[in-house]
Design a protein around this ligand. Structure first.
Ligand code: ATP
Ligand code: MG
Length: 537
């Protein structure tokens, strides 16, 4: 079923309104992109430009020099390309001259005036939803005087904040955005591309429609909070004389349970050192998700599944996870890794005993083939796979019990070294004739994973959980931080992991999907996602 944006575009195309659909993704470079931005990119690029044979510009909305940074420009280009976007890159700041000319045009038409209003007065005179705003005496300044003062603002003869340029619309409008909004202000701040060329900067509501118009955007897609700004968007384009102006359409923001979706707060986590940078694998940033092991395809699948609607809602975190889990189930090679190792000694074989076991690389992809691993006298198994005092229905190893070692033999536990209830070492014997692949004389209810002590590698496995605790939705993020969002395990793993390249993904059997970390030098693996949906566990 088509979403409402597709309905609009298809109607416009059928009516021959445009030769080509042109959209844009307009990030402000004040932080790295997050999964919410992926929704917007997927809509602007795949959902419209690609689908209808048009194009989608990446445009930096870099009109506020105070909050923006070159560092974020690089990172944004990198992640947008990573998601698969192709197109041209633009910078709103390159249009400052055109914007200035448009402002002059408005003044000449009597549609803008210079005011000396302070932010406090602005707030007071703006009125409320039920009361109209009030005009200032400056509203009736002559065109000549406005032109002169605006020039003074531009040429640095006015202190920061002393004068502003306001659109002259309607102080009694029921829409507060239309009550003579500020369109230019004086700020002496160095711009990352323009340097000190400007000391006046345009406001978003004035700049954005002009940016769209200059680029020939046809459909300007943004989130719902801009709905009330649309009349101003249309007003600016009309008064500045654009024919065939772009149109703005609003869709619902993406919100995900237990996920922070605001660059401002994400920046705080980075600045306060709560996380290890913007690409910390716990961050919902695209850089973080990539480092966590998410693929562009899984993120696109997620954006397709959640769809585009006009009402805000919150998506379950499990929905994003199931997209990567399904993909990795098809693609990730299986390996065994023991996260909490305990020694296991096979007592009925000699020190030099060695047997080759053949295991499937991926049971859901036969073409992946098999791998061979050595089985020997000294192994490691998971602490949680042995119980001194097993609960009912425990099918793993117990004293005197049997279990199958994955791809190898069925063993019977004969002895255990334990101290204060903590298991130090387990002893077991192989039951003859039980090698995997043959008809076995005995059956084991459980299968556990293992590694060979002789050739396994030491790895660091990082287990991630949500940054925010569940519940307490109304509390401030700072009161919801999950103290256990990162747990580090010193694990033992199959030796093939030593050759893993950064971001190579694996299924650690019975544990989850992991990928090799992008940044760490050693053998560090990040858990992308657990094998099962943690919400329903
Ligand atoms: P933040 O509050 O995180 O800084 P923003 O909306 O200020 O977000 P921009 O850089 O201005 O971030 O956003 C670029 C584009 O991405 C805009 O069109 C915006 O509507 C869209 N966008 C931002 N957040 C979301 C989200 N959670 N869901 C969908 N689209 C989003
Ligand atoms: Mg913003």
């Amino acid at each position: 079923m088509a979403n409402f944006i597709e309905d609009i575009i298809e109607k416009d195309l059928a009516e021959g309104k445009y030769d080509k659909i042109v959209t844009r993704f307009p990030p402000e470079p004040n932080g790295c992109l997050h999964i919410g931005h992926a929704k917007a990119i997927c809509l602007d690029y795949y959902g419209t430009a690609v689908k209808y044979g048009g194009k989608c510009n990446l445009r930096f909305d870099d009109t506020n020099p105070v909050k923006e940074d070159e560092e974020f420009v690089e990172s944004i280009i990198d992640t947008v390309k990573w998601l698969g976007w192709k197109g041209d890159i633009y910078y709103a700041s390159d249009y400052f001259d055109e914007m200035y000319e448009c402002a002059v045009k408005l003044i000449k038409k009597g549609k803008a005036y210079v005011d000396d209003i302070t932010p406090e007065q602005m707030k007071e005179l703006r009125g409320t939803l039920t009361e109209p705003g009030r005009e200032t005496a400056n509203r009736n300044r002559s065109v000549e005087e406005n032109l002169k003062l605006f020039k003074d603002m531009k040429e640095g003869r006015v202190p920061d904040g002393a004068l502003v340029l306001r659109a002259k619309i309607d102080m009694a409008s029921p829409n507060i955005n239309m009550r003579d909004p500020i369109i230019y202000r004086v700020v002496r701040a160095r711009h990352h591309r323009q340097g000190d060329k400007w000391c006046i900067y345009p406001m978003y509501d004035f700049a954005h429609p002009l940016e769209d118009a200059v680029e020939g955007i046809t459909h300007s897609l943004c989130t719902l909070e801009f709905e009330d700004h649309r009349p101003l968007y249309d007003w600016v384009l009309k008064e500045c004389g654009f024919e065939n102006p772009p149109h703005q359409y609003e869709f619902a923001r993406l919100n995900i349970e237990r996920t922070i979706m605001s660059k401002r707060y994400l920046k705080k986590l980075v600045d306060e050192g709560v996380v290890d940078g913007w690409d910390d694998p716990r961050m919902p940033t695209l850089a973080g998700l990539r480092r966590r092991g998410y693929t562009p395809a899984s993120i696109r699948t997620f954006c397709e599944r959640i769809g585009i609607a006009k009402a805000n809602s919150t998506v379950e975190a499990g929905q994003l996870e199931s997209c990567i889990r399904e993909e990795l189930n098809r693609t990730a090679p299986r390996v065994m890794a023991v996260l909490d190792p305990v020694e296991l000694e096979i007592t009925n074989v000699g020190e030099d005993y060695s047997q080759v076991c053949e295991l499937e690389i991926n049971p859901s992809d036969e073409s992946a083939g098999t791998r061979r691993i050595d089985f020997g006298k000294h192994l490691y198994i998971e602490q949680s796979d042995f119980a001194l005092d097993p609960p009912p229905k425990y099918h793993r190893l117990t004293l005197g019990g049997v279990v199958r070692l994955k791809g190898a033999y069925i063993i019977r536990c004969t002895n255990v070294d334990a101290e204060d209830g903590k298991v130090k070492k387990v002893y077991a014997e192989i039951i003859e004739g039980t090698k995997s692949g043959g008809a076995s004389p005995v059956k084991a209810k459980g299968v556990i994973h293992w590694v060979n002590a002789k050739d396994c590698v030491d790895i660091e496995a990082r287990l991630y959980d949500y940054l925010l605790n569940a519940g307490d939705e109304d509390k401030d993020f700072s009161e919801r931080m999950n103290a256990e969002s990162l747990v580090v395990k010193h694990a033992k793993a199959e030796k093939c992991l030593a050759a893993a390249k950064p971001l190579d993904s694996f299924q650690f059997m019975r544990q989850g999907y992991f990928c090799r970390d992008l940044k760490s030098k050693g053998l560090v693996f990040n858990r992308t996602v657990e094998l099962k949906d943690s919400f329903r566990k």
